[in-house]
Design a protein around this ligand. Structure first.
Ligand code: MG
Length: 219
């Protein structure tokens, strides 16, 4: 559809920092569009908002909502002196990384504040009292095994039957990148709770076959 191609090209041309391949973005858009009929979508790892644009516009098709969680202090590899440090993201007053102004600017630039709800927090804190069933969970937060595993354990039970669990940065070849997301993805797939769908570049796609735990009390 012409309108969608125009949207994708606007997103790709926009000055939004991020590490998302355009093909992965289009896949996120398509899955959010399909899933958001079933309930809200949620991403962990907003950064500067590139993936939130694709997911958010997919949600907007159904007047849906994307919750986007990030503490906005940058992940381990984005700190000063580390491989993915970007001095433009440093807050001069505090000397800390602060990606939230960039994230909000991205949402304002694309007029998505009626669709994307930023949550400035660690995902574990938000999860403590979360009870809303979700149609899609996109895990792209800290890439240590402990964090990725925790995000999977905390959030996947909330996904409704027919919804999606997505992982970014799945590298089948260890020389291409860290293996933690891939390890968690493999463990999730091995539970039998998901249908393994084809990957798009480094985006792993699992479709939930079992109901959410929401409404059934604590896990
Ligand atoms: Mg990523």
């Amino acid at each position: 559809m012409r309108g969608e191609e125009d949207l994708f090209s606007q997103i790709q041309k926009a000055p939004v920092k991020g590490f998302l391949d355009p093909e992965e973005g289009k896949c996120l858009y398509r899955l959010a569009q399909a899933a958001s009929r079933l309930g809200p979508c949620l991403e962990i790892g907003s950064y500067c908002g590139k993936s939130a644009l694709y997911l958010g516009f997919g949600c907007r098709k159904n007047k849906g909502i994307l919750f986007s969680i990030d503490h906005h202090r940058g992940s381990e590899e984005q700190q000063p002196g580390e491989a993915y440090f970007d001095p433009e993201l440093l807050d001069d007053k505090t000397g800390k990384i602060d990606t939230f102004p960039h994230f909000r600017h991205t949402l304002e630039m694309f007029d998505l504040l009626d669709t994307v709800v930023p949550i400035v927090s660690s995902s574990a804190t938000v999860a403590r009292l979360w009870h809303t069933p979700l149609s899609l969970v996109f895990i792209d937060g800290s890439h240590t095994f402990e964090s990725a595993w925790q995000d999977y354990r905390l959030w996947s039970p909330h996904i409704v039957q027919g919804g999606y669990l997505l992982f970014h940065d799945i590298f089948l070849d260890p020389s291409q990148g860290g293996q933690a997301p891939y390890e968690v993805y493999k463990r999730a797939a091995a539970t039998g709770e998901f249908l393994v769908e084809p990957m798009t570049k480094t985006l792993g796609v699992l479709k939930k076959l079992t109901p959410s735990y929401a409404g059934k009390g604590d896990k």
